[in-house]
Ligand binder design. Sequence first.
Ligand SMILES: Nc1nc2c(ncn2[C@@H]2O[C@H](COP(=O)(O)OP(=O)(O)OP(=O)(O)O)[C@@H](O)[C@H]2O)c(=O)[nH]1
Length: 398
Amino acid sequence: MVKIDIVSGFLGAGKTTLIKKLLKDAFQGEQVVLIENEFGEIGIDGGFLKEAGIQIREMNSGCICCSLVGDFGASLKEVVEKYHPDRILIEPSGVGKLSDVIKAVQGVEKEVDITLNSYTTVVDAKKCKMYMRNFGEFFNNQVEYAGAIIMSRTDIVDEEKATKAMELLREINKNAAIITTPIEKLEGKKLLEVMEHPVSLEEELLKEEHEHHHHHDHDEECGCGHDHDHDHEHEHHHHHDHDEECGCGHDHDHEHEHHHDHDEECSCGHDHDHEHEHHHHHDHDEECSCGCGHDHHHDHHHHHADEVFTSWGRETIKKYTREALEKMLEALSASEEYGIILRAKGMLPAEDGTWIYFDMVPEETEIREGAPEYTGRLCVIGSKLNEEKLAQLFGLNA
Ligand SMILES: Nc1nc2c(ncn2[C@@H]2O[C@H](COP(=O)(O)OP(=O)(O)OP(=O)(O)O)[C@@H](O)[C@H]2O)c(=O)[nH]1
């Protein structure tokens, strides 16, 4: 049985960073294949991970969503038959919906000898609130459906912001284990254990309570595998508190339905807070007032990622200097002249013969030296990108 582990997370959240750690610290001795679905026609990450010596299958033709489920299933099947791995890691694109990817895996579970082992979402603690607000349709879905949530950048964010992010995450996912310790402080095995068996503190406490109150041991069972007989504590939960759980590890409430009605946002880049009506009227004839120009009729999911997000990428032999690149990346996020930039990354030849690798998310830019690549590549992802201006900025042909 091949284990399937999904590592989801919004653009630049830290998925690749997590995967590298797991490969190094947690999967020794296992044969692992990574299926990567990058958004944008120029694959960038493959190179980093190939150094780790694992098989990588890139799917760059579109996102694994409703339209690609069939292709994805076929791809999964092929990987299983060709490599017979112990584990397949799936890294969906940063703008993919986790629910779509889970569905796609479940769709082939009967035909192929696989089991959905874990589905984790990495969330940038610094940008969680902003992304929820502006790109909620994609961002929230990844949070809602996660078994475990790993908060990245808890090493650099202040406590107050991290706490707020944690609260927001908990609001839309009551059950997931939320990992707040910076991952480099955790052993890979420990991390994997939480991803595979996410148990929230609430569940753990409730379980303890159950165990504590089960001395009388009568005959009835509720079906969740624990013995709750005549347990006052248990009844208390049933009568008073619809949101709490029985601690058996299953989700008995209809949380997802709830969240779809209330929390989703249109993700067209505007803040539609207090505009819940917008979502409720889709069955009727009203036009979407979000101004994003799409017909959202009868479409509960609103948008496909490629309607909201675009990417621009180039292969190039042009040489750059660190200083010049730094300025270009600064300019990218300084205004909306180039669009709403959410992510930029690449590897470019430098004038001094070295190679410059860069990673940019809003307010954070990392430039480092890396190994020579077969050619220079760069990719920018965002909303409403101005491709002509981007080409101009990097000194490339439009
Ligand atoms: N300080 C800090 N930086 C992080 C952390 N996680 C990721 N980063 C940085 O954030 C940038 C993006 O990280 P990646 O791991 O490439 O993110 P990703 O989710 O794979 O990004 P996509 O390529 O957009 O899918 C890199 O510069 C990382 O070094 C973290 O926990 N703390």
